[in-house]
Structure formats: structure tokens, C-alpha cells
Design a protein around this ligand. Structure first.
Ligand code: FRU
Length: 558
């Protein structure tokens, strides 16, 4: 009897794997908008493939194991048509009984049947998920997630020849939600290797933006050279949590005493911290509403508030987010200055999201701006005047005292609806920020990282006086760069660059002020972006584009 059962089981498995590479699921409809799906994950059922339709409202999937809530996913379950599938990895529940309790926000007053949503027949279990790229707009050398949604770069650090990049990842669809830290690693800042997700949401909330350090002296007690991450736990309130990694950043353990920093402020997030040799302590800068708070600590767990910065300085048209703070030499002088970075959304120079900066001094406790007039009455300085440069932050411990930065190459005005589906959003190329002086004034520039030199990714054109540089393709689509030497501006016009009408905000011309004569334009073109660096980074403009085919021609006219 037992033997027969085993044979039948093996035969069934065999037949199943021949005829049904994927297993459909039995759905029990409860009330109108609630259903239960039961199954038991195994090797053949490693992934739940969830059918997504982006225009459907968000449904809630509760993953239940032994009557305990294991995970909650917010997903745009397909009601009428499947745009694509996303995988939910079931590995950790192999051999156990799992229930999905699913709630769909569907209006049934018109008689729509509970069984009628297409997701019920399309949701399947499978042993694989196909991650091969199917998008012509996927960049060829910019960092992207393998699939699904991405926003801010997080927790970047450099260690043993590897650049670690974590990012705000929304694993269950290509629109923002379910924030998790995704992880990629590169040795050359061009090729990025995907790694397992690093920090998953938990009972304290989703995992919002934050940063990492290498704790060389074991100040926190988790181990010498432990990687310490601070991130925002976004639940009912926003608070800061700590996680540490003892395997070089591949996997993280959350600290038991989380959260370590709390507040009643609604927007209280994006911790960025660093060892400050000048005071022999750690400093932390945190975005709080429309200002930054600065803290200090000896052990990375207990933080003392030192000061606040930002009231009445710079742009205040939006929420202050994703700060950074570090010291840079002023090129061509012996001076050094601290630069405070403040990403703000909305309020950017071309609308929506952008990165403003402040130059001054920092004594480990208080940041003081130089030349306050540059920041009064809403005036602001911007790191990049294009529309698609946001959440810029630096790598910790970058080699040669560099403070290499990467920004998210999109804008909250349209990030969720740009014309890609299998993945959504890329990061900028890595850039080394620098300070340069024109007269008495210091400005921030961003130079493409030296790793790109000689890699054949960019084109440099020498210019002499006002001119127009046009990038185009065979379809007649074009991206226009205009240097007006008299007006002292550099502009990018993408109104004829391909798809633009998915958002009314997309085709606005981006205009950057120029502080001294431009003699060269260094341009990085990829399948869906153009990054322009005047005088190798004194003035920067980053723009997304969605041309029918990549721009392959460049012309200059007077
Ligand atoms: C910036 C931001 C951060 C936040 C994260 C959430 O783009 O809003 O302030 O931590 O995105 O994904």
C-alpha cells in the first residue's frame, strides 16, 4: 500500500512536471472581496507567480503560516488583464502549509462576480521565474534592478574592491510599495551583479532609505569591520532602526533594540551617518520635515541631538529627504569646505524632485553656511539641474578619499508611470563631487567617476561660444542641448525625444545656470537617459528619454 502510494506520488510528480510546469491554485472565495488560497511550497513550488495589472487598485495579500501572519504584500493584482508577473519566493516555508488571505478592493454593486477577476486563474506556483530583460528602454550600463520597482540608492559603501549598492526596492510590481533593501555589487561601477535582497520589511514597518558604514573599530560591539546599516522603519510612525552584517554586507541581522531613534514628526527619515575623525565620534544627519537634524554617538546605538539646520535657508517647497554631509577640498586652493546635501521633493529647479546643496563648516555639532545670501528667500543651489537626479548620496569609504555619489535617475512627478514595465527606474552613473571657485564663490560640481574613463561610454565635444548640440536617431527624434553664453545658461530640451506624453510634466525644458565659460560637454547616452557634464562636471543635467531607438547621431550648430 505504502509502496503503491509512493509510486503514485512519483508518477504524479513526473506527469505534473511534464504537463504542468506550473501549478494552478485552488481558490476558496469567502465573502465578496476576500479569498483564501492554500498550498504547501516545495522544490517545484518555489515561487508564487503573482499576476499584476498596474492600473488595478492595490489588493492586500496576507501570507499566513500556522495561523500567524508571516508577511503582508500590497500588490496591484490583475483584475482584467495581466501586464506581467512578479515572483514571491516561498523558500522559507518549504514543507509547511501556507495560506494566502487575499483582499481585493472591487466594487461589486454592478453585479461583478467574486470569481471574475483574472488573477484567480493566472496565479500559479512555479519552480522558476524568468528574469530575462524584455525592455528596449533598459539601460545597458546604468544600474537597474533585475525586475520590479526601484527608487533611492541606499547604504552604499566600498570594501575590498567592491562597490555595494542597496536600493529602495518594491519587489511585487513596478510601482512604489513594499519597500525592501535590494542589493547589487560592482567592481567597476559599470557591471552590476544582483544579490539577494538585504533587508526585508518587518513588524516595525517597511524599510525606507538609509546608509551604511564599516565599523572598523567595533564601536557598536557587533564585531570588527561589521557593516552597520541605519534605515527608517516606516510603520504607523517613522523611526530609525539598525541592522548589522558580519558577512561583508550580504545578509543583515536586525538589532533587537530597534527602533533606536523615534519622534512624533511625520516625516522623520533617511539617516545618513559617518565617522568624524575631528571629534572622534559618529555623526548622523536626518531629514525631519523641512529641516535636518544632526546627532552624535560613540556606539551607533545611542544618539544625542546636537543641532538643527535649514530653517529659512534654501528651497522649502517640499519635504526634505535623503541628506548627506561630508568635507571636500576646494580645487585650486588650500581650502576645505563641508557640503550638506538635501534632496527635496517637490521644489526642484525644473519641477518635482532634485538635490540642493549648502556649503559651509561643520564642527561635529553644528553646520554653518558660508555666504548666507545664496540661500535666503528660497534661493537654492542644485547639484544637477536636470529633471532626473534625486536622492543623491555618497559611498562610505570610497577609495582615494573620494565621496563618489549615485542618484536615482527619475522624478516623483512621473516615476511610477514612465514607459517601462518589467523594471522601473535606473540610477545615474557614479560621480565624484568636487568644489570649484569662480571669483569668491564656491560651487559644487559632479565629475563622472574615473572608472568610466576609457570605457567608451561617453562622447566629449569641444565648444567655443553659444551653440546647440543635437542628439538624434533615424526616426527623427532628438534631444537638444543649448548653450547660451550670453545668458550664461545650459539647457536640455527633450520635448521631441520620443515618448513624452505619459506625463504633462515630462517635456519641461531644464535650465542650468553657468558660472564660467563652458568649453566642453561630456555626454553619456544610454537607451533611456542622457547625462550632460559641462567642463567635466561643473554644470550637470540628467534627463530620462524614451526614444524609439537610441540616439546615435550628434551634431553641433551655432
Ligand atoms: C525619497 C523617499 C525617502 C524615503 C523613500 C521611500 O525618494 O521618499 O524619503 O525614505 O523614498 O521609498
Amino acid at each position: 500500500d505504502m509502496k503503491n502510494r509512493i509510486i503514485t506520488a512519483i508518477a504524479t510528480l513526473f506527469v505534473c512536471s511534464l504537463q504542468m510546469p506550473a501549478q494552478t491554485l485552488e481558490v476558496q472565495h469567502l465573502a465578496n472581496n476576500n479569498a483564501i488560497v492554500r498550498f504547501s511550497p516545495n522544490q517545484e513550488a518555489r515561487y508564487l507567480l503573482i499576476p499584476i495589472e498596474e492600473k488595478s487598485p492595490e489588493s492586500k495579500i496576507k501570507v499566513i503560516c500556522g495561523n500567524s501572519l508571516a508577511r503582508t504584500l500590497d500588490v496591484h493584482l490583475a483584475f482584467d488583464k495581466v501586464d506581467y508577473f512578479v515572483p514571491f519566493d516561498l523558500q522559507e516555508w518549504q514543507g509547511e502549509d501556507v495560506k494566502l488571505l487575499i483582499h481585493l478592493p472591487v466594487d461589486r454593486t454592478n453585479g461583478r462576480e467574486p470569481q471574475s477577476e483574472i488573477c484567480w486563474s493566472k496565479m500559479i506556483l512555479s519552480d522558476t521565474f524568468d528574469k530575462t530583460n524584455r525592455e528596449k528602454f533598459r539601460p545597458s550600463y546604468h544600474h537597474t534592478p533585475e525586475y520590479a520597482w526601484m527608487n533611492d540608492p541606499n547604504g552604499m559603501f566600498y570594501l575590498n574592491g567592491e562597490w555595494h549598492l542597496y536600493y529602495q526596492w518594491g519587489p511585487y510590481g513596478s510601482v512604489w510599495n513594499n519597500m525592501t533593501w535590494g542589493h547589487s555589487v560592482s567592481r567597476d561601477l559599470i557591471n552590476w551583479e544582483p544579490r539577494n535582497p538585504a533587508i526585508m520589511p518587518d513588524a516595525l514597518g517597511a524599510i525606507f532609505s538609509g546608509s551604511c558604514v564599516v565599523d572598523h573599530n567595533n564601536t557598536a560591539g557587533f564585531g570588527k569591520d561589521a557593516i552597520i546599516a541605519l534605515y527608517t522603519s516606516a510603520g504607523e510612525v517613522q523611526s530609525q532602526s539598525l541592522a548589522y552584517s558580519l558577512d561583508g554586507g550580504n545578509s543583515f541581522t536586525k538589532y533587537e533594540g530597534n527602533p533606536i531613534l523615534t519622534s512624533d514628526i511625520v516625516d522623520f527619515r533617511d539617516p545618513n551617518f559617518f565617522w568624524n575623525d575631528e571629534i572622534g565620534k559618529w555623526n548622523l544627519i536626518l531629514a525631519c520635515g523641512q529641516e535636518m537634524r544632526i546627532y552624535s554617538s560613540d556606539n551607533l546605538i545611542d544618539w544625542t541631538e546636537e543641532s538643527r539646520f535649514g530653517k529659512s535657508y534654501g528651497c522649502h517647497e517640499g519635504v526634505w529627504e535623503c541628506p548627506d554631509l561630508f568635507k571636500l577640498p576646494v580645487e585650486g586652493s588650500d581650502e576645505e569646505k563641508w557640503v550638506l546635501f538635501c534632496n527635496i521633493n517637490p521644489g526642484g529647479p525644473a519641477g518635482g524632485s532634485a538635490t540642493q546643496y549648502f556649503i559651509g563648516d561643520f564642527d561635529g555639532s553644528k553646520f554653518t553656511v558660508d555666504d548666507v545670501n545664496r540661500y535666503l528667500d528660497g534661493k537654492a543651489l542644485w547639484q544637477d539641474y536636470g529633471k532626473d537626479h534625486y536622492a543623491a548620496v555618497s559611498f562610505y569609504d570610497a577609495p582615494d578619499s573620494r565621496h563618489t555619489m549615485i542618484a536615482w535617475m527619475s522624478n516623483w512627478e512621473y516615476a511610477n508611470i514612465v514607459p517601462t514595465m518589467q523594471f522601473r527606474s535606473a540610477n545615474t552613473i557614479a560621480r565624484d563631487p568636487f568644489l570649484y571657485k569662480v571669483g569668491d564663490r564656491i560651487y559644487l560640481g559632479s565629475r563622472p567617476a574615473p572608472e568610466y574613463s576609457g570605457a567608451g561610454l561617453d562622447k566629449t565635444v569641444k565648444i567655443n561660444g553659444s551653440c546647440t548640440v543635437t542628439l538624434s536617431n533615424d526616426k527623427g527624434e532628438e534631444f537638444v542641448i543649448i548653450y547660451d553664453q550670453k545668458a550664461m545658461t545650459l539647457s536640455c530640451d527633450r520635448s521631441k525625444s520620443g515618448l513624452t506624453d505619459f506625463s504633462q510634466h515630462f517635456d519641461r525644458v531644464a535650465v542650468a545656470p553657468v558660472y564660467r565659460k563652458i568649453t566642453s560637454l561630456r555626454i553619456f547616452i544610454d537607451n533611456s537617459s542622457v547625462e550632460v557634464f559641462a567642463n567635466d562636471g561643473e554644470v550637470c543635467l540628467t534627463s530620462l528619454v524614451f526614444p524609439d531607438s537610441p540616439f546615435n547621431s550628434l551634431t553641433i550648430s551655432k
